[in-house]
Design a protein around this ligand. Structure first.
Ligand SMILES: Nc1ncnc2c1ncn2[C@@H]1O[C@H](COP(=O)(O)OP(=O)(O)OP(=O)(O)O)[C@@H](O)[C@H]1O
Ligand SMILES: [Mg+2]
Length: 238
């Protein structure tokens, strides 16, 4: 249940905070002097599922569910509703580390096969994170990965089906920050690592690979699926 927060208290807290993200409707993310983050959620449309299940509430529930699966994420401290500002507010401790986007932007190395295995783990556990792009994946200080910005995530009962797995590659393959990364050979390496950890049967794996290459061609505009599969079979890499 959300705790009540007055507008005057919210404004006081925000005045002392550093604003990290803002849009035309106001502050979206701020960092308090203590290092705690505040994320403000507003309902974007009048008629939406957010009416009965606010995004902030999903964020809180998802943080708990991910932690149960041993997936590192932010640690929620409190959850508020501010009626005057019409905002839900989640207070959380950030996840130690830097986002994949920041890491690649700074010229740092990312362990891509390990990222592929992380993705495979999420999919096996039934985690479907629709905003799985480089700004929402954190490289942990000791290696491995975690997730932030987790409101838009679904926990399914069993492992994801092939179509969903492949659809979930889209935000990464389309990610402008990763464009230079997705050449054919690096993607091959990524896909191999994913498949080894995916826990799918051999017949399914063959289909998964074909669908993934098709998605790759579609998202990166690098040749058709057919020419990719031809070149891949020529190099014996499929
Ligand atoms: N390790 C971290 N833990 C939490 N937040 C981080 C971390 N590293 C960077 N951030 C920053 O925190 C801010 C909030 O990120 P977040 O992804 O939650 O929201 P957003 O992408 O700005 O908003 P939205 O996607 O909801 O429009 C961003 O500036 C993000 O780069
Ligand atoms: Mg984000």
């Amino acid at each position: 249940m959300a705790r009540h927060l007055t507008d005057s208290r919210l404004q006081r807290v925000l005045a002392a905070a550093e604003v990290l993200e803002r849009d035309p409707h106001g502050v979206k993310v701020a960092r308090l002097p203590s290092g705690v983050y505040l994320k403000l959620f507003r309902r974007k449309r009048l008629l939406s599922s957010a009416a009965w299940r606010p995004y902030a509430q999903r964020f809180v529930a998802n943080a708990r569910a991910l932690t149960r699966l041993a997936v590192r994420t932010v640690r929620v401290r409190a959850y508020f509703w501010c009626p005057q500002a019409r905002r839900h507010v989640v207070a959380y401790e950030p996840l130690a580390g830097e986002t994949v986007r920041d890491r690649t932007g700074n010229g740092g190395a990312v362990d891509w096969p390990d990222l592929a295995r992380f993705l495979a783990y999420l999919h096996r556990q039934g985690v479907y994170f629709r905003s799985l792009h480089s700004g929402n994946i954190v490289c942990l200080p000791g290696g491995g990965f975690g997730l932030i910005d987790i409101a838009d995530l679904r926990m399914l009962r069993g492992p994801l089906g092939l179509t969903r797995r492949v659809r979930n590659l889209r935000p990464l393959l389309r990610d402008p920050a990763l464009r230079p990364r997705w050449q054919a050979m690096p993607f091959q390496e990524f896909l191999d690592a994913y498949c080894r950890a995916a826990g799918v049967r051999p017949r399914q794996e063959a289909l998964l690979r074909r669908l993934a290459w098709w998605q790759w061609a579609r998202c990166t505009g690098q040749g058709s699926g057919a020419s990719v599969s031809d070149s891949a079979s020529l190099t014996g890499s499929r």
